[in-house]
Design a protein. Structure first.
Length: 282
């Protein structure tokens, strides 16, 4: 517990003092990268009033914004009192998920086509993510900057699966991303677990998002246990604005031509495009 309260661990912890017979509340946000923060925990779990929860969450998001985060994410069971508090604090649902626990695997075939990802797979994995993950989810969760800890599934001479396990002392968490064209999905999931090093009898938790619901029947065949449905929420701390970029005119020949982006290194000029900028909300 004390290890997670250390300030050099990439997190911020806030405490809302006890008042009017209500216990003190403790919450923490952890920084996944320079743009994304995630609500790690809120304590205690029960007997919490919504107004105090909302005040704590608003304090956590302010601290995340001061740290430079552009979005704050949270995952919570749909029947938890924390769900409504998050909504009141400005969070919105962008997808749903279930966490499946695998304690042991029944006998069966496993796919052996999983390999450690390399930076050469970066473009293929990006294309897989853009194909399978809805734009609303992509706007909330950034593409991984590095694939050094991920695994890719090769089938039909292309990458049809990606997963980046997170190892902890009490279990392993995986967000598998598999294309519907994968042959024998139960074998692919079994092969992923077999490929991961140092499982050492720890349970494996597979997080299945709503847009990957076809994985749930495969997990049932593997004897996995499903948890309660969870809402995945986001609060944007920046405002997305689109602005045109205009290039200066260069002579009479451009009087009736569309504005062009200035060529770089002698390359052919590109037609006018728009870029996206993010400005912090007040």
């Amino acid at each position: 517990m004390l290890d997670y309260l250390r300030l050099d661990k990439g997190s911020t912890t806030c405490v809302l003092n006890a008042a009017e017979g209500n216990p003190a509340l403790i919450g923490q946000v952890r920084y996944q990268n320079e743009h994304t923060a995630r609500v790690a925990f809120v304590l205690p779990a029960g007997h919490i009033t919504a107004p105090r929860l909302t005040a704590l969450l608003e304090g956590l998001t302010r601290m995340a914004g001061a740290h430079g985060s552009q979005v704050v994410l949270a995952e919570v069971e749909e029947h938890s009192p924390l769900f409504e508090a998050l909504r009141h604090a400005g969070f919105s649902v962008f997808t749903w998920q279930r966490v499946w626990r695998i304690l042991s695997l029944p006998a069966g075939e496993s796919s052996t086509n999983w390999e450690l990802a390399s930076e050469l797979d970066h473009l293929a994995v990006r294309n897989l993510i853009q194909t399978l993950i809805p734009p609303l989810v992509q706007s909330a969760e950034a593409f991984p900057a590095s694939l050094s800890e991920g695994w890719v599934l090769y089938q039909q001479q292309e990458i049809l699966g990606y997963a980046a396990p997170v190892f902890g002392p009490r279990g392993i968490v995986v967000h598998p991303l598999l294309h519907p064209a994968v042959e024998d999905i139960p074998a692919a999931l079994r092969g992923l677990i077999a490929a991961m090093p140092f499982v050492l009898g720890r349970p494996v938790y597979m997080v299945v998002r709503a847009y990957q619901s076809y994985l749930e029947s495969a997990l049932e065949k593997l004897g996995a246990e499903s948890g309660e449905r969870q809402a995945v929420l986001v609060k944007h701390l920046t405002s997305l604005q689109r602005r045109p970029v205009f290039a200066a005119r260069n002579g009479k020949l451009e009087k009736h031509q569309p504005a062009l982006i200035e060529p770089v290194g002698g390359e052919t000029p590109l037609p006018l495009v728009q870029y996206e900028s993010r400005e912090r909300l007040n």
